[in-house]
Design a protein around this ligand. Structure first.
Ligand code: NAP
Length: 275
């Protein structure tokens, strides 16, 4: 089985390692190539080329998740709602798009056991934040706050995604605009990621709004504990990094194109040793 990851930059990606373990667990011979794609034009050229020349599937990451939605002939329901995709594959000569990040995020939040579903907050308004908004709404959160450095841009960018949600969505630029206590805070911005591990996301102070029984999820997995998570732990909050989401999205992608079931927990332990 031949798979690839398309994105830019890809220097620190863990995906080839994760897929090496998935192939081993499934007992199949496979190869996984991380292909850096420096331009949109090349992305649109490469996707059909690779899928018609023997690649069974393509993972897609920053900055092409919206383009992965656009290029697909067929889209899953989640892709239609998040307007972004992270996995492309061929079915009956059509390019099909799935958003397996949604399932990775869902399983992460299930493990975090967020009890109350009144208000959730996400920092950032990019591809991952779209998936957060859709899932928060599906989980029944009444209010969702989006913290954006540029709220006007965020409102335009999220307009079509927000239309499909049942929750009330508030795009704010300052934490003081959050008027409820938060049950869940998710960092869906790259601030705090290696190598700039000391960089705090705009909206970091939203941590002060998280209720005592609340939870904090940082989608970053390198470092394993960001400053945001370390501070959340000090406050006694439930915390989790983005590793589980990364692994579950990879497993889900594999299971779309292969019948074998992969034990995500076992894989998680193997990957944890590596990071
Ligand atoms: P993206 O589409 O580039 O969006 C990033 C968002 O973060 C933008 O809205 C950006 O807004 C905002 N942002 C950037 N720097 C910020 C800062 N210092 N403070 C506050 N907001 C800031 O990226 P993405 O695909 O959504 O990914 C976001 C993060 O999630 C990345 O760290 C990525 O690695 C992680 N992620 C993890 C997984 C996983 O499996 N664990 C899956 C997907 C994504 P501006 O316009 O203000 O820059």
């Amino acid at each position: 089985m031949k798979l690839a990851l398309l994105g830019y930059p890809l220097k620190h990606t863990l995906s080839p390692f994760i897929f090496e373990k998935i192939f081993k667990a499934a007992g199949i011979e496979g190869s996984y190539h991380a292909i850096e794609v420096p331009s949109k034009r090349l992305f649109y050229h490469l996707v059909p080329e690779l899928l018609s020349s023997g690649y069974a599937g393509l993972n897609v990451t920053i900055p092409y998740k919206v383009d992965a939605f656009t290029i697909a002939d067929e889209k899953s329901e989640i892709v239609k709602r998040t307007l972004s995709a992270n996995f492309l594959y061929m079915k009956d000569l059509s390019i099909v798009a799935e958003n397996t990040d949604y399932f990775g995020l869902k399983e992460s939040l299930e493990e975090l056991e967020v009890d109350s579903k009144n208000a959730a907050c996400v920092i950032g308004y990019g591809g991952a934040a779209r998936t957060c908004l859709t899932l928060f709404s599906d989980l029944g959160f009444k209010s969702i706050y989006v913290i954006a450095r540029n709220p006007e841009k965020a409102k335009v960018s999220l307009k079509e995604v927000v239309k499909k949600l049942t929750s009330k969505v508030f795009v704010v630029s300052e934490v003081s605009e959050i008027i409820e206590s938060l049950d869940l805070l998710v960092n869906a911005s790259p601030a705090g990621m290696h190598p700039k591990i000391k960089e705090l996301p705009h909206g970091f102070e939203a941590l002060q709004k998280v209720s005592k029984k609340g939870a904090v999820l940082d989608l970053i997995y390198n470092p394993r504990e960001t400053v945001l998570l370390a501070e959340a732990k000090k406050k006694g909050l439930k915390t989790m990094n983005g590793l589980k989401m990364l692994i579950v999205q990879a497993v889900k992608a594999f299971e779309i194109i292969d019948d074998k079931k992969i034990d995500a927990e076992f894989l998680m332990r193997q990957v944890e040793e590596k990071v």
